[in-house]
Design a protein around this ligand. Structure first.
Ligand SMILES: [Zn+2]
Length: 288
């Protein structure tokens, strides 16, 4: 059903990766690498050379603020609230595929949820090992699983935007893309008090409208480095092997906590997460 696909061909990926490297060097994407947790609100961001003196956004801590109703999604850019203009990133031409490899850090991402059948156990496992992750939620799933979205934020995870209904964005008019992304940002903000700072295109299908609208909504685009292809249900052992074989500094792992039977994805996480930690990896989330 819902699944994400490996982005284009290898040459394109390498070309994109080179661009990402330049962005990372400029300090536009940085990690907080100590202790495996997200930085405290207001903490300095290491290597934030692209925006001198800018404090961290503090993704985790904002979770406790209750939402104010906002209606920015359908408004022209000039009327975006000041706080969103302040964090509005540049319009990218490619998504980020990895984190700068400043150490043995990796990012785990879970797409398409929340799903009450699988997300709670993913959250339990992450809590057991005290590591943060990123959840790219679909608005239609978040709207009916609000308690799980709140738990994500309360547990210190990053809640990203994966559109409302998981469409193929390049097939949509810009107004529909804005609606898919804007509604999702709204529901997340209503639930956790902060709109997403990151988004991921369904199927890895990005286009220039989604980059422009994502930036307008204050979000950076994040793709992935290692695709577990867990949606093909290849077996928990195979999923875990793909993560462990692909493990390297800066790697972003794609898997799913919804969109079908994700019991293999959960079982795989139970297998590979302690092994990554034993291998010396710090599981982290990007800071903005
Ligand atoms: Zn997806």
């Amino acid at each position: 059903m819902k699944k994400d696909q490996t982005p284009p061909d290898r040459r394109t990926v390498l070309r994109i990766a080179a661009g990402i490297g330049a962005l990372a060097t400029a300090g536009l994407l940085v990690t907080e690498g100590t202790g495996g947790r997200a930085a405290a609100p207001g903490a300095a961001v290491r290597g934030a050379g692209g925006a001198p003196g800018r404090p961290a956004a503090g993704a985790a801590g904002a979770a406790h603020h209750r939402a104010r109703a906002t209606a920015y999604r359908l408004q022209p850019m000039t009327t975006i609230p000041r706080r969103l203009r302040r964090i509005r990133p540049p319009v990218r031409e490619h998504p980020f595929l990895s984190l700068p490899s400043t150490g043995r850090t990796m990012v785990l991402t879970f797409d398409d949820g929340p799903d009450s059948r699988y997300t709670p156990e993913v959250l339990d496992l992450l809590a057991r090992y005290d590591v943060p992750a990123m959840f790219f939620v679909c608005g239609e799933m978040a709207a009916v699983n609000g308690d799980l979205v709140r738990r994500m934020a309360d547990d210190g995870h990053v809640v990203g935007n994966h559109t409302w209904s998981h469409p193929l964005m390049p097939s949509l008019a810009p107004s529909r893309i804005r609606d898919e992304m804007g509604r999702t940002s709204e529901v997340v903000e209503e639930l956790v008090g902060q709109a997403p700072l990151w988004y991921r295109a369904p199927f890895g299908a990005w286009n220039r409208h989604s980059f422009a609208i994502g930036a307008e909504l204050g979000m950076e685009p994040l793709a992935w480095t290692v695709d577990t292809l867990d949606w093909t249900e290849p077996g928990a052992g195979t999923i875990a092997s793909r993560v462990l074989d692909g493990a390297a500094p800066g790697v972003v792992v794609l898997s799913h906590d919804a969109g079908g039977d994700r019991s293999q994805s959960v079982a795989a996480l139970r297998n590979y997460l302690p092994k990554l930690l034993e291998a010396g990896y710090t599981i982290t989330v990007p800071q903005r």
